[in-house]
Design a protein around this ligand. Structure first.
Ligand code: 13P
Length: 261
């Protein structure tokens, strides 16, 4: 029997400055508190721009909010002459729990490869930050029917040679590129097909217990109206939410998916 606790992570992308971030997290927390959300049944996290992190940390700490927070990217380097980069240790010092790695927008616009993603995951694991490793295929790959092997390969490259301890500090997110920000949701069965294959690949690389403990999220046009059917699939352990996470009431309903199952 699995003990995976669902994780709903809102990826704000490049939206909301630090003042807006404070208001947003306050509202989200209020909606969840008013609804008496039990965080043991689903964790809620926001992945915010770097410039929002200090403000979100201060708010979460001072008001003792049960919301987790994280970043959207990290440098693979520990420190040094890497202008513009942010290290895993810098994130750690801001209390960051999660960090997205290899989001399709970074892979597409900044040429991030599985090997680079792998280096970033290691840097985060060394700082005790949980990576949310993103993989997913473009529309042409799906149309050609190669979405399962493509995504499995990308996962294998992204988590290559991680120790079981390092792997325990990762979450995986399957985000088909054609479903991101398009309103085009993969059907629950589409998402389950790939996510089930990712779990099997982890079982082959490690063992069944490691695979069983791994949280694998779905991302791509998730909303309160479709989250329950997605979460009903046996291998899907949460969602990585873009657009809908910018509306705190809507995101609170996604976190409370069990209410509208
Ligand atoms: P949307 O929810 O806006 O489709 O974005 C998904 C995503 O990219 C989350 O990382």
């Amino acid at each position: 029997m699995t003990t995976r606790i669902p994780l709903m992570a809102g990826n704000w992308k490049m939206n909301l400055n630090h003042l807006e971030a404070i208001a947003q997290v306050q509202k989200l927390s209020q909606y969840l508190t008013d609804a008496k959300h039990d965080f043991a049944t689903a964790e809620a996290a926001v992945l915010v721009p770097y410039t929002d992190l200090r403000s979100v940390q201060t708010l979460v700490d001072s008001d003792n909010l049960p919301i987790e927070y994280g970043a959207q990217d990290v440098s693979e380097h520990a420190s040094g002459a890497y202008t513009g980069d942010i290290s895993a240790d810098m994130l750690k010092s801001l209390g960051v729990k999660f960090c997205a790695v290899g989001h399709s927008e970074r892979r597409e616009y900044y040429g991030e490869t599985d090997a680079l993603v792998n280096a970033k995951v290691r840097a985060l694991a060394a700082a005790d930050i949980v990576s949310i490793v993103c993989v997913g295929e473009a529309l042409e790959i799906r149309k050609a029917g190669n979405h399962v092997p493509y995504t499995v390969d990308s996962l294998k490259g992204s988590i290559a040679d991680l120790s079981p301890e390092e792997l325990a500090k990762t979450v995986i997110a399957y985000e088909p590129v054609w479903a991101i920000g398009t309103g085009e949701v993969a059907t629950p069965a589409d998402a389950q097909e790939v996510i089930g294959a990712l779990r099997e690949a982890i079982a082959e690389m490690y063992d069944a217990d490691v695979a069983d403990a791994m949280r694998i999220l779905y991302g791509g046009s998730v909303k309160s109206g479709n989250v329950a059917e997605i979460m009903a699939e046996k291998d899907i352990d949460g969602a990585l939410v873009g657009g809908a996470s910018l509306d705190p009431e809507e995101f609170s309903k996604i976190v409370r998916f069990a209410d509208h199952a």
